[in-house]
Design a protein around this ligand. Structure first.
Ligand code: ADP
Ligand code: MG
Length: 335
């Protein structure tokens, strides 16, 4: 920790102490971590070790968006389950308190674990990272799909509807009435597809690029549901990066293809064509949602908005069947 530390809020400190995560008496010192929009999150020094303690906020720091605090317990459960199924794919969880909606996990230092979003925007766009993301995401979906008993532990359709379906798909439908029926169909299909453990927020800002592969953070939207949502959500971020990082388009294109190529061999729970077609159908909807949904991407200009709307509208009406075809069409639209 280089910066000046501050006293950790008492509720968080008490939680750490109850769980034996503070070595001595005295108020622990820490630093608030920035970058997120939905929680109080602190880096705390605990003896030799450093750890992260996280508590969700009732109101997100983006507009007037409220989210149930119980999402913390599903994030904790996701960290536990994925830590066992795919070791290394997430930080190790150290403790959680479902009553107080608190969790503690190991801290992964930015020198060794930079945030993927920062890497991309710094122009360090390495398709091998995307290969790792597709492989680890596919592994999480495949291993969990073989564990149908997990369905009852992540029976979070109400939360997923409130955190993902409403802000992304329904909100966008309200802004584009002519697209609302198609978006409603996609929403209903997504909610009724229950196949694997979904992370729900596979965004480059929630992925650390570690020495042994990508590490997924921030599983507050965890849900037993449609794995195509995670794949589409992450690919959508790469479609947006292709738009804005226009001096790095070949590397973004290679990353997009690499992610799909490493993900697909894991798809054993259903036919690859079905998974691909749901992914392709979600993509233009999620793309438009980053312009006209509840949580617009902060880095898009009005010209970008126009490009997204012009592309997304016909492709929501008449969906393509493969995310690779979506990419070619997007590339053509922008050239
Ligand atoms: N275990 C961790 N190790 C290192 N950095 C972390 C860890 N957890 C969170 N962070 C940092 O804090 C930021 C916000 O955390 P996140 O869990 O995504 O919260 P939010 O729900 O507010 O988005 C992350 O983008 C990352 O930079
Ligand atoms: Mg986050």
């Amino acid at each position: 920790m280089m910066q000046a530390t501050r006293a950790v809020p008492a509720e968080l400190a008490d939680f750490l102490r109850r769980n034996g995560l503070l070595p001595g008496p005295g108020a622990p010192e820490g630093l608030p971590l920035t970058g997120g929009v939905s929680s109080e999150i602190w880096l705390v020094r605990s003896g030799e070790a450093e750890l992260v303690v996280k508590q969700p906020l009732e109101e997100l720091k983006v507009g007037d968006w409220h989210a149930p605090l119980t999402r913390s317990r599903y994030e904790a459960e996701w960290l536990r389950v994925v830590g066992d199924l795919v070791p290394g794919a997430c930080p190790r969880i150290l403790a959680s308190d479902p009553q107080e909606n608190l969790l503690a996990m190991e801290y992964l230092e930015p020198e060794d674990y930079p945030v993927w979003k920062s890497e991309l925007f710094a122009g360090r766009i390495d398709p091998d990272v995307a290969t790792g993301v597709g492989d680890r995401l596919g592994r999480i979906h495949r291993m969990s799909a073989a564990r149908p008993d997990l369905a009852q532990d992540f029976d979070t359709s109400d939360l997923f509807a409130a955190l993902r379906i409403q802000p992304y798909l329904e909100h966008t439908g309200a802004r584009h009435p002519e697209l609302a029926p198609a978006l409603e169909r996609i929403a209903a299909r997504t909610l009724s597809t229950r196949l694997a453990l979904v992370h729900g927020d596979v965004s480059p800002k929630n992925i650390l690029v570690g020495p042994d592969g990508p590490v997924f953070l921030d599983a507050e939207c965890a849900w037993w549901g449609d794995p195509a949502f995670d794949l589409a959500f992450c690919l959508n971020h790469l479609l947006l990066k292709y738009l804005v990082l226009d001096t790095h388009r070949p590397a973004v294109e290679a990353s997009y293809g690499a992610l799909i190529a490493s993900y697909l061999p894991h798809v054993e729970w259903e036919s690859r064509d079905l998974l691909l077609s749901r992914t392709a159908e979600l993509l233009p909807a999620l793309l438009l949602a980053r312009v006209d949904g509840r949580s617009p991407a902060e880095y898009l200009t009005p010209a970008h908005h126009d490009a997204v709307r012009a592309f997304a509208t016909p492709n929501i009406h008449t969906p393509l069947r493969d995310p690779r075809t979506v990419f070619s069409a997007w590339k053509d639209a922008l050239s």
